[in-house]
Design a protein around this ligand. Structure first.
Ligand code: HEM
Length: 88
């Protein structure tokens, strides 16, 4: 996956709710390492992020109709890598 392309996709599609890896709608459900481990269905891994981005969940919209599979894989790789490195 292309993490650099994923960063651009994130800034265009995700940052409205997840700027800095945070969550403006459900503040505890951040994109930080510990929150992904605790809350993300299926655990902190690329497949689980891809599933949630494709299908959406509650107040988070589905991106399956707006982003193609490659774009979703790239943004998932960016989220996973940045959760490891730290969003700050
Ligand atoms: C949760 C990624 C766009 C609202 C999450 C989670 C991930 C994620 C990985 C799980 C976090 C956790 O459980 O700790 C993304 C990506 C996006 C995106 C990669 C862009 C492609 C958005 C947008 C919104 C949003 C635009 C607001 C309109 C939410 C909400 C949750 C969430 C409300 C919590 C869902 C729940 O468990 O009820 N997001 N997100 N997301 N996201 Fe997004």
């Amino acid at each position: 996956a292309d993490v650099g392309a994923g960063e651009q996709i994130f800034n265009a599609n995700c940052a409205a709710c997840h700027a800095g890896g945070q969550n403006v709608i459900m503040p505890e459900k951040t994109l930080e390492k510990d929150a992904l481990e605790q809350y993300l269905a299926g655990g902190r891994n690329a497949k689980a992020i891809i599933t949630q981005v494709t299908n959406g969940k509650n107040a988070m919209p589905a991106f399956g109709g707006r982003l193609d599979d490659e774009a979703i894989a790239n943004v998932a790789a960016y989220v996973l890598e940045t959760s490891e490195a730290g969003w700050d």
